[in-house]
Design a protein. Structure first.
Length: 314
C-alpha cells in the first residue's frame, strides 16, 4: 500500500514525539528512538517527503550490489550520544545489576538502535562485543559508558550495511507489541528507581514537621527544666510518683531500724546512740559463744540499723 505524504504530515503533527509518522512509514527503529529519547522529531518535518518516497520504494525488490553505506557524521554522533545516554540510564535504574553486565549491554543496544535507523543496520554481536570489552578495561565504572559507547560506535561503523529490500514487514500488531516490550524494559527500572526515591522523600517530609516542632519547643523545655531545678516549678506526676516511692522505701527502712534498736519512730540521736551501745554489748559475738550464729545476725542488724539512723546525722 502506497504511503501518502499528507497522512505522514498529519501523524507528525498529532504524535511526532511518539514517532507515529515513523510507524506509518515502517521506520520502527526511528520511532523507538524518539520514544526513548523524546527529542529530534521537529527536524523530521523537512525529511518527510524523502522518507515517504523511500517507503514507497522499499516494497520493490532490488540489490544494492553489496555496497557499503556512506559514513554519516550525524549518525556517528547520534550513536555516541545515545549509547552514553542508555549506559547512564542503566547505571541509574539498575543499581542492583553488576555494572559489567548492565552498562555495556545498554550502551551496545543504544548504538545498535541508532545504527538501525532508516535503511541501514549493523552487526549487533560486533557492537556488543566492543562495548563489553571497553567496559571491562575500565572495570565497569560509570565513566566507562563513554569509552564503551565510542568503541561500540567504531564497531558499528566498521560493520554497517544496507537492510535488504523487498522483505515484507511484520504485521502492525506484532510491531506494536515489540515496541511496547522494549519501552517497558527501558522504563521499568527508571520507574522503580523513581518510586524508591519518592518513598524516601515522602519519609523525610513526614519526619520534618515533628523535627520542626521539637526544635521550636526546645527553648520552652530548657526553660521548664531550669525552673524545676531552681524550684520555681513543680515536678511532673511521674517524677512525683518516683519521689513518693523513694520516700516510702526510705520510711520503711527507717522504721525497721528503730524497731531493731528498740526505739519509737522519731527518737533522738542521743537515744539512738545509747540504745545502740547497750545492745551491741548484749549481742556481741564474744559474749554469746553458746549462740554465736544468732548473736552474729543480731550484731549485723544493729550495725545496719545504726548506720541507717545515725549516718545522715554525721
Amino acid at each position: 500500500m502506497a504511503k501518502r505524504l499528507l497522512v505522514a504530515y498529519g501523524l507528525w503533527a498529532l504524535g511526532g514525539p511518539l514517532g507515529l509518522h515513523h510507524l506509518y512509514l515502517g521506520r520502527d527503529s526511528h520511532a523507538l528512538l524518539w520514544l526513548l529519547t523524546l527529542g529530534g522529531w521537529l527536524w523530521d518535518l523537512w525529511h518527510l517527503p524523502r522518507w515517504v518516497a523511500a517507503a514507497n520504494r522499499a516494497g520493490t525488490p532490488g540489490d544494492r550490489g553489496g555496497t557499503v553505506p556512506a559514513l554519516s557524521p550525524l549518525r556517528l554522533a547520534g550513536q555516541v550520544t545515545v549509547g552514553t545516554y542508555f549506559g547512564l540510564v542503566a547505571a541509574l535504574g539498575l543499581p542492583g545489576v553488576p555494572a559489567l553486565l548492565a552498562q555495556p549491554l545498554a550502551v551496545g543496544l543504544g548504538v545498535q538502535l541508532v545504527a538501525s535507523v532508516g535503511d541501514q543496520t549493523a552487526d549487533a554481536p560486533q557492537i556488543l562485543a566492543a562495548a563489553f570489552l571497553a567496559s571491562l578495561l575500565f572495570q565497569g565504572r560509570v565513566l566507562a559508558v563513554l569509552p564503551a559507547s565510542l568503541a561500540a560506535t567504531i564497531a558499528a561503523q566498521r560493520h554497517r550495511r544496507y537492510k535488504p529490500r523487498g522483505v515484507p514487514p511484520p504485521r502492525l500488531a506484532a510491531r506494536l507489541f515489540h515496541l511496547g516490550l522494549v519501552c517497558l524494559a527501558f522504563a521499568a527500572p527508571l520507574a522503580y528507581h523513581g518510586l524508591c526515591g519518592a518513598a524516601g522523600v515522602l519519609g523525610i517530609l513526614l519526619v520534618l514537621p515533628r523535627a520542626a516542632a521539637d526544635v521550636l519547643l526546645l527553648p520552652l523545655r530548657i526553660g521548664w527544666r531550669l525552673a524545676e531545678i531552681l524550684g520555681f516549678a513543680g515536678s511532673s506526676p511521674a517524677r512525683e510518683r518516683g519521689a513518693g516511692f523513694e520516700a516510702s522505701g526510705w520510711s520503711e527502712r527507717r522504721r525497721w531500724a528503730y524497731e531493731v534498736l528498740g526505739l519509737p519512730a522519731g527518737a533522738s540521736a542521743e537515744d539512738v546512740h545509747r540504745s545502740y551501745r547497750e545492745l551491741v554489748k548484749v549481742w556481741h559475738p564474744d559474749h554469746n559463744r553458746q549462740r554465736a550464729e544468732e548473736a552474729e545476725r543480731r550484731f549485723i542488724e544493729l550495725q545496719e540499723a545504726y548506720e541507717e539512723l545515725a549516718g545522715p546525722r554525721r
